[in-house]
Design a protein around this ligand. Structure first.
Ligand SMILES: *Cc1c(COP(=O)(O)O)cnc(C)c1O
Length: 352
């Protein structure tokens, strides 16, 4: 399979926007190429456009993730990367994607925006992938497969052997969304997408700083892929897609580190939250989670949802999602937030 054959023709032929500044590396040049205001009026250098390729930040992320900088794309959240994948590979109204519900809602929303038909291949009764059924759903026009692992809203990671089977046999681009990958303990034997980039050039791995890294407000998503694929990402993206304040704030946050500590705390809280909720009479089931949230089946999720809302506790109602009847998705918060959640779930009137 050749990657370029999967790319839309107009994108293959695209002459991307070029910034004159990318021809020049170095400092103290007289910058009269971009119609900025030369005066740093607010003392924060925001009068200048940011680095379109976020080179400093990529260097740092390259070290942290142990992935060469050439294989990293940074965007305005990983949602930008999902949008770019559709723009690069799917001819609107014609090329298809495959998703595996219940899963992250943005795949569908973005596909709908692009007019991209979706073939849905539901997860099995354990919320795991059905590789054979996925391959059967492939048509001439199938371009992308979205695998979310750990999956939102179910919380579980997909089995590694099923994912590898799909990397090998899916005749298009396999997107592995690891937004919650930081919560999977390295010893657990789960598949780490970035370790498979070299052997599978059709793989795109998405990660984000919005969840474990406590930087949702910065809007910084990452895509890891072959240079061949990222060439098209860089050609199609908006030239200055990550703002200067975002680049700087993230660099500073990455220097101060501490993500392992935060993750460990969240995992301990997840365990405590699950144990406490299981003691409640209106909790039927808690699905095992590899993420920073719990999918919980209640005897009457509507009543719990409304009761919590009345107490100004906002959780996600997933009861209308395939296979998630009666379920709410609860983010593991701080200890104080979790205590409040446990208390209020316990005070919910139980319908008999
Ligand atoms: C939260 C989430 C994202 C989006 O992350 P951003 O980087 O904030 O855009 C992507 N995929 C999944 C599965 C998510 O849950």
């Amino acid at each position: 399979m050749k990657i370029t054959d999967l790319v839309r023709k107009n994108i293959r032929d695209l002459k991307p926007y070029t910034s004159a500044r990318s021809l020049f590396s170095g400092t103290d040049a007289v910058l009269l190429d971009a119609n900025e205001n030369g005066e740093d009026r607010f003392g924060n250098s925001l009068n200048r456009y940011p680095d379109p390729l976020q080179r400093k930040l990529k260097q740092r992320i390259s070290q942290i993730k142990n992935v060469p900088a050439e294989n990293i794309f940074l965007g305005n959240g990983s949602d930008e990367a999902i949008d770019l994948l559709l723009r690069i590979f799917c001819e609107p109204g014609q090329d298809e994607i495959i998703t595996c519900p219940p899963t992250y809602g943005m795949y569908r929303v973005l596909a709908n925006i692009h007019g991209t038909p979706i073939r849905e291949v539901p997860l099995d009764e354990n919320f795991d992938l059905r590789p054979e059924a996925i391959l059967e759903a492939v048509s001439e026009r199938t371009k992308l497969l979205f695998i979310c692992s750990p999956n939102n809203p179910t919380g579980n990671a997909m089995s590694g052997d099923r994912m590898e089977f799909l990397f090998k046999n899916f005749p298009g681009i396999v997107v592995v969304d690891e937004a919650y990958g930081d919560f999977v303990s390295s010893g657990a034997g789960h598949l780490q997408g970035v370790r498979h980039l070299k052997t599978h050039p059709n793989l795109v791995v998405l990660q984000t700083l919005s969840k474990a890294w406590a930087l949702a407000g910065a809007r910084l998503g990452m895509a890891f892929a072959s240079e061949e694929i990222l060439h098209f990402f860089n050609a199609v993206k908006f030239p200055y897609n990550v703002s200067a304040p975002a680049q700087e704030a993230v660099l500073r946050a990455l220097e101060s580190g501490g993500v392992e500590e935060m993750v460990n705390e969240i995992l301990a809280e997840r365990k405590r939250l699950a144990e406490r909720l299981l003691e409640l009479p209106n909790v039927l089931k808690i699905y095992s989670s590899d993420a920073n949230f719990l999918l919980v089946k209640f005897t009457d999720s509507d009543v719990v949802f409304q009761h919590l809302r009345g107490k100004k506790i906002i959780v996600r109602d997933r009861s209308k999602e395939l296979g998630c009847e009666g379920c709410l998705r609860l983010t593991v918060g701080t200890k104080t937030e979790n205590d409040l959640l446990i208390q209020m779930c316990g005070r919910t009137p139980v319908r008999v």
